[in-house]
Design a protein around this ligand. Structure first.
Ligand code: GDP
Ligand code: MG
Length: 390
């Protein structure tokens, strides 16, 4: 509810309270005193007659200001110290077009043979190392890491984006050549565009007898996804998660994208306290809260004090994507940590902080902010014509 009263509205639109009460009576068939609340729609309606537009202006609470200050200061990065970091890739597309199969294939082709049997997916995010050719010798010797996130879901994608915490650099849009472009394909493209991430197209299932690559390509062109020979700059890769065809091309395309279009963005300072985003979190009976977080800046270390959403604690254990215990995690690394006092939300930012008291203070502010309905204030904007012209 908005704190609009007859008195405040009268002041805002320059109408005497008596006159305003009469006008309100006519509008709503109710009697109004000077301190009676007026609902926003009615107030706006009467204001418009006076050529005044009422707009709702959110006033930031003390907690929100505290959190904002903290986040701004903690996110300050020294540009002199930036070094290249791996790209973070999300695979999106219509259901059953092969997202999981592609990720699986990428992962398996990347894990040393001896380890394959031992793959237990502890977290839904992982790093792979792709070897590329050394231009001098033609040998595959240069190793480049890539981080994959297992579909955070479109909703999470836009939610994170709304909070300015985009975790993804590149979206691989998977389209099965058997089905072609489907509704969720279009949705995925729209989400990737809204989040302003680079797109790579993987036309999958090219091994299937009913695959129609040409038709699929044409449908994608209609979505204005154009390869460079058609005046665009989108890379197209043909893949089969079944046979492994094109997997290497897809990884190469990701690295090309990272190098050509994202070199300036893919930078992080590994020598600072970590911050990043929680990807998922849940409570377990033996280990307490387990949270998968993506380190985006700095290096997260065992024993660090972390704040994650409205929760905090010391990092008690840290596992990498293979389930191995590690002591440090640098930029673009997904890790599973324990030690938080409560379960954070899937898109909460996390920060390593110096003092437990700081963590506690910000956590409390977040909790309060989440609990309290935000305070609204209304403002009268005079001269509607100018407003609509702007
Ligand atoms: P998701 O819903 O996008 O994650 O799709 P899945 O990876 O679960 O794949 C859906 C179905 O398509 C499964 O039965 C897969 O075996 C099959 N599939 C995935 N990729 C390919 C492919 O490249 N070729 C063929 N023939 N089948 C595939
Ligand atoms: Mg899947």
């Amino acid at each position: 509810t908005l704190p609009i009263t007859v008195r405040s509205l009268s002041e805002a639109i320059g109408m005497k309270t008596g006159e305003l009460s009469k006008r309100l009576l006519k509008e709503t068939s109710q009697l109004y005193g000077n301190n009676s609340p007026v609902d926003f729609e009615t107030a706006a309606l009467i204001a418009v007659e006076k050529n005044i537009e009422l707009i709702v202006k959110r006033q930031k609470t003390a907690e929100e200001l505290l959190i904002e200050d903290f986040e701004r200061l903690t996110r300050e990065v020294d540009s002199e110290k930036l070094r290249p970091r791996p790209p973070v890739v999300t695979i999106m597309g219509h259901v059953d077009h092969g997202k999981t199969s592609l990720l699986d294939k990428i992962r398996r082709s990347n894990v040393a043979a001896g380890e394959v049997g031992g793959i237990t997916q502890v977290i839904r995010a992982w790093s792979v190392t792709h070897k590329i050719e050394d231009p001098e010798t033609g040998e595959k010797v240069i190793e480049r890491p890539i981080t994959f996130l297992d579909t955070p879901g479109h909703e999470a994608f836009t939610k994170m984006r709304a909070r300015g915490a985009n975790v993804t650099d590149i979206a691989v849009i998977v389209v099965a050549a058997t089905d072609g472009v489907m509704p969720q394909t279009e949705e995925a493209v729209a989400h990737a565009r809204a989040a302003d991430v680079r797109i790579i197209v993987a036309i999958n299932k090219v091994d299937a007898p009913n695959a129609n690559v040409d038709r699929t390509r044409r449908q994608l062109y209609n979505l204005e996804l154009l390869p460079d020979d058609m005046g665009g700059d989108i890379q197209f890769v043909e893949t089969s998660a079944l046979t492994g065809q094109g997997i290497d091309d897809l990884l190469n395309a990701i690295l090309i994208e990272a190098e050509i279009n994202l070199a300036d963005d893919l930078q992080a300072d590994p020598d600072r306290p970590a911050f990043g985003t929680c990807l998922e979190a849940y409570m377990t009976s033996d280990e307490g809260v387990m949270a998968t977080v993506l380190v985006q800046q700095g290096t997260l270390k065992l024993g660090d004090i972390v704040l994650c959403g409205a929760n905090f604690g010391r990092v008690r254990s840290m596992q990498n994507d293979l389930g191995l215990s590690i002591e440090e995690a640098g930029p673009s690394t997904p890790v599973l940590i324990t030690g938080l006092g409560g379960v954070p939300n899937a898109d909460d930012p996390f920060y390593a902080v110096d003092e437990l008291t700081t963590a506690a203070k910000i956590a409390e502010a977040r909790e309060k902010k989440d609990r309290e309905a935000s305070l609204n204030r209304f403002t009268a904007v005079k001269d509607i014509d100018m407003l609509s012209a702007a």
